[in-house]
Structure formats: C-alpha cells, structure tokens
Design a protein around this ligand. Structure first.
Ligand code: SF4
Length: 286
C-alpha cells in the first residue's frame, strides 16, 4: 500500500521533558519507588512502558492517592498540570516532588493567576474533567469553565471584560467559534489563543493530506485531547476516507481495510514513535 506519514511525529517537547524528568528522578533515587500522580502524558502505551521500567502510576483520585504516600516518597506531577492544593499537601507531607508540568501549561496558569490577582474573572475554554482544565479551575472560584460540549452559564460572569484563555490541546479551528460566542455576550472580553504549537502544527498538517487518501490512521490514546482533535479534523475534512484512531498495531489489525490503496498516518504528541513505525511498516507490506 502507498503510505504517507504526517509530520511532525513523536513526542512534543512537553512530553519529552516529562519523561526526562521522570528518568532523572529515578537516577537520583535508585532505591526508592517513583510515583506518578496520574498519567505522565495521555498515552497508555507510554504508561505501560514506564511501568515496565518500575514507575508507579497512581490512577485514582489525586487527593486520595497523595494522602496514601509517606514522608520521603518520590512523586512526579504530570505534564498537563495539577491543582496548587496538591503542591501544598505534598510539601506538608514531606514528599520529594518533581514537577513535569509543560512550560506552556504553566505559562497559561500564570496568566490566569495574574488576572485573578487583578480582580478579573476568567473564562477557561476546556474539557470538563481534563487534568489541565482541573488545574486551571483550581486557581480560583473566579475561573469559570466554558466546556467545549456544554458551553457555559454566562450568569456566573459579572466582569464586563473577562479574560478568556483555553486548554492547550483544543481544536484550533473550533476555537474561533467559542470566541465568537463569548464575544456576543462580552464584547469587551480579552481573548488569548493558547493552543500550543505542537497541537496546532499537527492539526494544520492534517489539512494537507492528499485528497485521494482513502485511509487515515491517527495513532493515539482516547484520553489524549490532541489525538482526539486530529481524529475529529480528519473525519470532518476527508469524507471519502476511512478515518480511524488506534492505540497500537494490534488494535489496527482488527480494522477492515480491504480495498484501501492509499494511507496516511498521523499521531498525537504523546504517542511513542515506535508504535507509529510498526503500523507504517505493516501498511507498507500490504
Ligand atoms: S501537547 Fe502542548 S501543552 Fe501538552 S505537553 Fe505537549 S507541548 Fe505541552
């Protein structure tokens, strides 16, 4: 089969840094368990690989999980942010922490804090329940979530020029629509577009796929926001193609690709490169 790879592939800088920091923690504390508070980045294969290397991912409620740890335990905070309350608990308990929060996410959180300190209200466009949204909402009760599915209760906003910011991994092309909706209610809203480069560049690349492609494979995990957005954009723009999202080759092999002649593979910013390579080689050999 003819196969093309969308560029870029592989981990973004935030995920690369998070993995590096986790490995550094292990090197500095070779005799201790290294705990990670949630998925280091949103890809189950990456988490499984880390587990094989001895890292322990804590998957339950973050506040309950952190309470179970003891003084001197090593804890890594993940790439997409966490509540500041967790920093306080970790410090009170005497945990040794490593903060893998991506610089882009941190930058957003700092902007939110600055606005709150200046007594402004903040509208945060994001996905309910996502780690990054939770971290943003934890800054203050004056941060209101504009859920990309449920939208927002505008009555909660009394500031006539609220600050508007967003989760870094949303759909670049849908963001404008959310902004327009907010502007209808708050013409003086101060809006910043904070889609990260790793997310935006991958989304732009999806739109450049050859129009005669009849199979588009997005390699990524269902919890990965940026992978899901790549899938949505591909599905919306290539109605002639079969568009699928898979975790790995095993899952891909279960899909019926009979009569498909031309494939393109894209992947999320937290997808290990070797998984993409396996699918690429498999398709090339058909
Ligand atoms: S996807 Fe963007 S925000 Fe998330 S870790 Fe990567 S660079 Fe950072």
């Amino acid at each position: 089969m003819e196969v093309a790879l969308i560029k870029p592939q592989g981990f973004c800088s935030g995920v690369t840094r998070a993995i590096k920091l986790a490995k550094q923690a292990k090197e500095e504390h070779p005799d201790k368990n290294i705990y990670i508070l949630g998925m280091l980045a949103h890809n189950q294969i990456l988490i499984n690989d880390l587990s094989k290397e001895g890292f322990i991912t804590l998957t339950g409620d973050e506040f309950k999980e952190i309470e179970k740890l003891n003084e001197g335990d090593i804890l890594i905070f993940t790439a997409h942010g966490h509540s500041e309350k967790l920093d306080k608990i970790a410090s009170d308990k005497g945990l040794i922490t490593y903060d893998a929060t991506c610089f882009k996410v941190k930058d957003n959180l700092n902007k939110i804090k600055k606005e709150i300190e200046a007594n402004h209200q903040v509208i945060y466009i994001g996905q309910s329940g996502h780690k990054e949204s939770n971290a943003a909402l934890s800054v203050s009760k004056n941060v209101s979530l504009y859920d990309t599915k449920l939208l927002i209760n505008y009555h909660l906003i009394t500031d006539c020029s609220p600050f508007v910011i967003n989760q870094t991994t949303l759909n670049f092309y849908e963001l404008k629509g959310y902004h327009n909706d907010i502007l209808k209610h708050f013409p003086n809203a101060r809006i910043e577009n904070e889609i990260c480069n790793a997310t935006r560049i991958r989304q732009e690349a999806i739109l450049k796929i050859d129009k005669d492609t009849d199979l588009i494979v997005i390699v990524g995990h269902s919890k990965s926001s940026n992978s899901n957005k790549l899938f949505d954009i591909a599905k919306a723009n290539y109605p002639q193609a079969l568009v699928v999202m898979v975790n790995n080759l095993e899952e891909f092999k279960k899909i019926d690709i009979k009569n498909k002649r031309k494939a393109t593979i894209g992947s999320g910013a937290s997808t290990p490169q070797y998984i993409v390579d396996e699918i690429y080689k498999y398709l090339l050999a058909i």
